[in-house]
Design a protein around this ligand. Structure first.
Ligand SMILES: Cc1ncc(COP(=O)(O)OP(=O)(O)O)c(N)n1
Ligand SMILES: Cc1nc(C(=O)O)sc1CCOP(=O)(O)O
Ligand SMILES: [Mg+2]
Length: 535
């Protein structure tokens, strides 16, 4: 029952033309480093221009495939595609709610399930039985799914079926997500209501996403990328949902999986060539590379948003960059001590630290907090250091600190314009692809990538990234500012962290809990720069 490659199931129909369905899913899963298993719901006689027949498999064969796989090849993630009729929907939903849920209780692993509610092939021919001409009822899947990925037309059909006629995409999508009890990715590839001429736009509606910041729960994000004119995009919906399942199987959180899968489809369409007389299939290009391949993120209802200033700044009116700018650092960061009091700050500054953060989490009074910040800023100036104040951006602005460090949650109430107008540097935290992409859009002075290893210093919603994910993140993003790894780093891990290509490391305990923080800083610096400790 062990597999080096994460196992991903696709429960879908066979496309004899090889561009979509099971064939597209298995190609995607394999290309992204997973092992694909298939549960075939129906066989289609299909080429690139027409669907000439669809025959569902029997109930018994459908269940036999599911049960046979479950005993030996249990999945890390499941993608569900074409279900040929209402009977198959009911049967599969019941199996998931009973057999599969019991299995999950035994293993303790919550398998993510992605459903692509396919009804029509990209050539325009219907794929589902005649009884379903008013649309299939997917409500048996309520509370069983992680994500549903309808296109614009499917979203309208699903909304109509559940009597959801709210005004505006945002309210309507949130209602549907609540009704189904899952997150939604509404894709614009069918050139529906959400498709804009220049951008390929998808709407990601978060209902409940584990391991992610509170900032990103219950929100709707617009994901916009440059539209490709290539007519060869057969199977893009199947590819998107199986890519999301594959990234989730590798342990990524949903926001990251969605953003990477969209980039994967974009790269696949851009590189696709014709096969047959109709639309050709997507090319498989492996894990996305380069920031350019990622969609720009904005808030769906930014115009009405009374909340975070930060999210108003990334409204869809400015999806390709902000007017704000934050200064570049003038000294390389290298080893970045994050300290909790002015005494430790003075010790690391005296030892020569050029970039330091004051991170005060507990103070007796607000006067005391202000006094410590004033003293820290004065010390930073005296040593010519790049001193960042964590969290307390108002005091940092008031007293002219070199910079401010903000986490994703801190962005809720931070006035970025005030920080930028004061000419101050900005450091931002991120935990994974989505948060790093958001941070990049704000063009900060550095971006922190955390948490790399488990750490008792702070309790966080995110999972530890590990060195492999850090390496992927570093390869994916060159934000034009330093990338700083943080979380659980000490001298024993410096070499491995440096090997990922990250530009700098931030450390709390490795400095603050050392008998001499100044000496600890010097030893870490020597290890970072020369690979051996200073004598
Ligand atoms: C360099 C660096 N990276 C990350 C953090 C964490 O910031 P945040 O998420 O705001 O958490 P707190 O530090 O406020 O608990 C940081 N401070 N520095
Ligand atoms: C403050 C902080 N922020 C993190 C993030 O991932 O954003 S991890 C972290 C704690 C880092 O402490 P230590 O070096 O003692 O493990
Ligand atoms: Mg903070």
């Amino acid at each position: 029952m062990r597999s080096a490659k994460p196992i991903v199931w696709t429960i879908a129909g066979s496309d004899s033309g090889g561009g979509a369905g099971i064939q597209a899913d298995l190609a995607t899963i394999g290309d992204l480093g997973g092992h694909g298993c298939s549960v075939i719901t129906c066989v289609t006689a299909q080429n690139s221009v027409a669907v000439n027949g669809v025959e569902p498999v029997s109930d018994a064969l459908l269940l036999n495939q599911l049960n046979t796989l479950l005993v030996d090849l249990p999945p890390k993630a499941i993608k569900i595609g074409l279900l040929a009729n209402q009977r198959q929907i009911d049967l599969l939903a019941d199996w998931l709610a009973t057999h599969f849920t019991s299995h999950a209780k035994v293993t303790g692993y919550q398998v993510p399930i992605i459903l692509d509610p396919v009804m029509v092939a990209s050539c325009g021919d219907t794929l589902v039985s005649a009884e379903a001409d008013k649309g299939l009822d997917f409500s048996p899947f309520r509370q069983l799914l992680t994500l549903m990925t309808p296109n614009g037309h499917e979203f309208e059909a699903l909304s109509a079926l559940v009597g959801n006629d709210s005004d505006g995409i945002s309210a309507k999508a949130q209602n549907l997500a609540r009704y189904l009890g899952c997150n939604l990715l509404i894709t614009g590839g069918d050139k529906g209501a959400f498709w804009q001429a220049q951008y390929a736009e998808d709407h990601f509606v978060c209902h409940r996403v584990p391991h992610t910041s509170a900032l990103h729960q219950h929100r709707g994000f617009r994901l916009s990328s440059e539209r490709s004119d290539n007519p060869n995009h057969h199977g893009s919906g199947c590819t998107l949902s199986s890519a999301i399942a594959s990234f989730l199987a590798h342990g990524l959180v949903l926001h990251d999986a969605v953003l990477l899968a969209k980039a994967y489809v974009g790269q696949g369409i851009a590189a696709a060539s014709p096969v047959g007389a109709g639309s050709g299939p997507l090319e498989r290009c492996g894990w996305p590379k380069g920031l350019k391949s990622l969609a720009k993120i904005s808030l769906i209802d930014a115009e009405n948003c009374k909340g975070p200033d930060f999210l108003r700044h990334i409204s869809h009116h400015t999806p390709y960059g902000l007017a704000l700018s934050f200064p570049a650092l003038t000294q390389p960061i290298g080893i970045y001590p994050v300290v909790g009091d002015v005494k430790t700050l003075s010790q690391v500054l005296a030892a020569g630290a050029s970039t330091v953060q004051l991170r005060i989490k507990q103070v007796s009074t607000t006067d005391e907090l202000e006094r410590q910040i004033v003293d820290a800023i004065a010390l930073g100036r005296e040593y010519g250091a790049q001193l960042f104040i964590n969290d307390h951006w108002q005091l940092a602005v008031k007293h002219g600190a070199f910079g401010v460090h903000l986490g994703q949650e801190d962005l809720f109430d931070a006035d970025l314009e005030a920080i930028a107008n004061a000419g101050m540097a900005l450091g931002l935290s991120s935990h994974g692809v989505f948060e790093m992409a958001l941070a990049c859009q704000l063009k900060p002075s550095y971006i922190a990538l955390g948490h790399i290893f488990p750490t008792p210093t702070k309790s966080m919603p995110s999972k530890a990234q590990g060195l492999e994910n850090l390496k992927h993140l570093v390869a994916l993003f060159d934000p034009g500012c330093p990338r700083v790894a943080i979380g659980g780093i000490d001298k024993s891990r410096l070499e491995a962290v440096k090997a990922t290509g990250v530009d700098a490391v931030a450390l709390v305990r490795a400095v603050t809990q050392a008998p001499s923080p100044g000496d600890a800083y010097l030893e870490l610096l020597s290890l970072w720069e020369n690979g051996d400790a200073a004598s």
